[in-house]
Design a protein around this ligand. Sequence first.
Ligand code: NAD
Length: 284
Amino acid sequence: METRILDGRALAQKVNQRIKATIESKGLSPGLAVILVGEDPASCIYVQKKEECCESVGIRSFFHRLPATTTQKELLNLVERLNHDPLVDGILVQLPLPEGLDATELLDAIDPAKDVDGFHPITMGRLVEGREDISPCTPKGVMRILDEYQIPLEGKEVVIVGASNIVGKPLAMMMVNRMATVTLCHIKTKDISVHTKRAEILCSATGVPHLIKRELVMPGAVVIDIGISRWKGRTVGDADTEGLMGVASAITPVPGGVGPMTVAMLMENTLILHALRHGIELDW
Ligand code: NAD
């Protein structure tokens, strides 16, 4: 069987071009505020990518790079200021935060109308109800890839490995909203292979390199690899991509799959929030 590569990078370019064209043609000025605390190397790279992408599509970015010694109170004050800043449509707190800081309290403090990452409990609650005007960027990027490649979800057996609040849980909900039958696995799942082997669509977001091996995958399955880790000096996902060639019918590469789509969805969410705040029709 030929394994199709689901090119997230190409799709992200397409999405970003549409965002840029919309901003230009309608004369919009969306703004994104990003808060980075400390110097976690991966976070610094992600924030830089977001900054570059903002610039390339015409989103004004307000980057707040703060030392690891920043207090919770200072961060809460900053979020409060950004909540009231008319130039800011979306507020993103880059996770993880340094030890001692309370991410939940900070995310809860973001005005839901500026919740560009979709992590606020109100946004999550809306997602559970099937209202997905704003949804978390990574799962949203996964859904967009599946749509682009016309991979149907209705009635499909979907297995997701990894059940975090930012990826696995919202992705499960979005799959249910599309009428898939969903199994959500995590570190305490007794034997993930029992589940993964019957998945028609298998998504993995654990950060464990090579967790998804050939023998865990049903022939013909679509594999969505969300994990990102460093392994032997390379950036790899959760899937043993080489081992899955000829077994999976399609797979997202790492890098070049879900990662670029996450950034593109961040740009899209910023534009949507801008449009919602100003009552602008995006006619998409
Ligand atoms: P997390 O640590 O919050 O959650 C990991 C999840 O995986 C947990 O539910 C845990 O129970 C589960 N897990 C860990 N080891 C497992 C195992 N051996 N078997 C079964 N389940 C296991 O991480 P996260 O923030 O959700 O990120 C997960 C991965 O996705 C990371 O590699 C991260 O870098 C990547 N990620 C990628 C993007 C992207 O844009 N592609 C975005 C966010 C996160």
